[in-house]
Design a protein around this ligand. Sequence first.
Ligand SMILES: [Fe+2]
Length: 295
Amino acid sequence: MSDCFAPDGLEAFAAAYPGEAARVVHRLHDHPLFTLDALADLAERLPATHVEHSFGNLAVDQDPAGVARAAMPVGEIVRTIDANGCWMVLKKVDADARYAALIDASLAELAPVTAPRTGPYRRREAFIFLSSPNSVTPFHMDPEHNILLQIAGTKTMRVYPAGDLSIVPAEVHEAFHHGGRHRNMKHDAAFDARAVDHVLTPGEAVYVPVKAPHWVQNGATRSVSFSITWRSDASDGEARLHRVNRRMRALGVTPGVPGENAAADAAKVVAHRAVKRATATARRMLGRGRERTAY
Ligand SMILES: [Fe+2]
């Protein structure tokens, strides 16, 4: 019995997973956890680090330095989202037990498709996006497998193919996994010839592959979306490959193009895992934590 997704709502996803974007049909748009009051309460309960917001009148190619924030309590931003011009994301909402149960139920329904192809779930996280009419989420990519479920309002997600180095160069992938950069990326209208628009209304969703670039245009009413994400052996390997390539480039060696030599890519991933395991073992033997000092 499927509660989160429609009985035939995962057919396109099953054909596309894990590498292609696909339409999904869900049943969560009337769920009581997604009323504005429930979401305002959640925003007030979550740690401040889990709540990010700004004004939503951004450019597709937005300079992060030019983003302004409303001077309002987070609960009030949610309750007045119809007219306050804001965009908000509630991060790691699985910190709340009721939302965690919903995420677990959704992922259990997806597992018959995902497990045979990408193995068990790693690091499962969920996000809720709220936006005022006509807000834009600028061009970016994410490191997880992601299903974005539209709860209220409409939005158009323009999705570009993952792994197209003419859209996102290898050096940008490498910097992405090194951290320290704002997520917004350089957009060029010439990329649009390779994009597919997914128009989402309540009850519809889209699967976005790992690091498939995308940007979002919200419709004429407030929008609420629920994003369920997970990592996998495949996404972990892809990240390790770019970390190794960044090290090589720093040493003056030009790494091979990702995807051109599968055996070389796989060897780098294996080597990276081995080095990280050895480093962790050495730290344990020396009585040191991973990155934090223990007091
Ligand atoms: Fe995203």
